[in-house]
Design a protein around this ligand. Structure first.
Ligand SMILES: C[S@@+](CC[C@H](N)C(=O)[O-])C[C@H]1O[C@@H](n2cnc3c(N)ncnc32)[C@H](O)[C@@H]1O
Length: 382
């Protein structure tokens, strides 16, 4: 199978897959390939935090032109996966000199499947781009075409706990990956000082308690497959839920917008995590760390989507709040405003290149030592 992910998360996803029990795990670019059976496919969809979707390849063949594509798709036994009364949709990705337009590839594939049904059964399944019964993925790499079934359906970042969103919620897969890259293991207090709709806190709580990432999700595409095995799925879900653990530290979120705080609380409630996460209406720049315990911080500050904020001063305030108010803290944040980042005034000990959607971003780490006003000089690791 192929698990797709975000740029920079390939190794994290490979680790997740190995821990879940996948065989022959190989990281690629924005993807990881692995072997597993049907039960493992259910488990991967349910449990992986850094996967966007899981594709199950069903056929590969060589393609030199569009006729080869049509013939290759036509030859397949589509009645194993789809009936004429059902609906389907095609996604295509192309990395080849011979083919350039992925939409054209999707169209040709659709034609071949529809013609096959029409010629054999006299009727054909319809296309439904939004809620298809079967989502098919065509991938052309040079002269190799792989046809896969998309076992996830809508992207796996749609965990199902978000009822309320603010203007710039972070993608759940990105949030989980940032926390994992930051090395947080649930063994200290955790804070998101600009928590927005609460995504980072919710993902952190699920990591700390080992709660399957997609336990609240409404549906997976495989539930509509002809080989859907509800008993097997329930066994896998029960086994995953048996591995949850207690969390004995605090998860704290601040946001200075009262309406956003309300939304974050609603999402935390929807995720059944109100016992673990507290959210307060606070301006981070007016706060101080309470207690001596080590604190781990992960957040995504505004990057300048609103023109009324002086971003350079804002990032300067992040730096001085951390320096003066948060000793004994490892603070990580992601931003795509690389200019404003220079105004934090502290030396990052890590800088990791990632993407927030299409925006190239940096995940940075600042280590604030307890009992020392000056941040120690640290080696910059790229
Ligand atoms: C990019 S959003 C964070 C999105 C969040 N991670 C989510 O998933 O919804 C930045 C948030 O920072 C908040 N914010 C801006 N300045 C702040 C400050 N001084 N103190 C606390 N929150 C602040 C904004 O209200 C906004 O909700």
């Amino acid at each position: 199978m192929v698990a797709k992910t975000l740029f920079g998360f390939e190794e994290l996803l490979a680790e997740e897959l190995k821990k879940l029990g996948a065989q022959d795990v190989k990281p690629g670019v924005r993807s990881v390939t692995f072997y597993g059976d049907k039960g493992f496919m259910y488990k991967a969809n349910l449990c992986l935090r850094t996967a966007i979707k899981i594709l199950k390849p069903i056929e590969t063949f060589k393609v030199f032109n569009e006729k080869d594509l049509y013939k290759g798709v036509y030859r397949m036994h589509w009645d194993k996966y789809l009936s004429a009364d059902q609906t389907f949709a095609i996604d295509a990705t192309v990395h080849s000199d011979r083919f350039s337009h992925s939409q054209f590839i999707a169209l040709k594939t659709k034609d071949a499947i529809a013609d096959k049904f029409r010629n054999i059964e006299g009727k054909r399944p319809n296309v439904d781009l939004k809620f298809p019964d079967l989502r098919i993925h065509v991938h052309i790499q040079h002269d190799r075409c792989t046809i896969s079934l998309d076992s996830s359906g809508r992207s796996l970042h749609q965990r199902g706990y978000k009822t309320a969103t603010n203007i710039a919620p972070i993608n759940e897969v990105l949030a989980a990956g940032l926390i994992m890259l930051s090395g947080w293991d649930g063994q200290s207090d955790f804070m998101d000082p600009m928590c927005g709709s609460g995504t980072i806190l919710i993902e952190a709580a699920m990591i700390a308690c080992n709660i399957p990432a997609n336990i609240n999700r409404k549906e997976f595409a495989f539930e509509k497959w002809s080989d859907w095995d509800v008993d097997l799925y329930e066994k896998i879900e029960d086994a995953a839920l048996n591995k949850t653990r207690e969390f004995h530290h605090k998860l704290l979120g601040y946001d200075k917008a009262p309406s956003v705080v309300k939304k974050a609380k609603a999402n935390v409630k929807e995720a059944n995590l109100s016992d673990y996460i507290s959210i307060k209406h606070e301006d981070f720049f007016k706060t101080r760390k309470s207690g001596e315990e080590h604190l781990h911080m992960v957040f995504n500050p505004p990057y300048g989507e609103r023109l009324d904020i002086d971003m350079e001063a804002f990032y300067g305030d992040i730096g001085s709040t951390l320096k003066h108010g948060y000793p004994g803290t490892n603070a990580w944040f992601i931003t795509s405003n690389l200019e404003a980042l220079k105004h934090v005034g502290l030396r990052p000990s890590r800088r990791i290149r990632l993407f927030n959607g299409k925006l190239e971003s940096k995940l940075v780490k600042y280590e604030m030592y307890a009992g020392s006003k000056k941040a120690k000089k640290q080696k910059i690791e790229e």
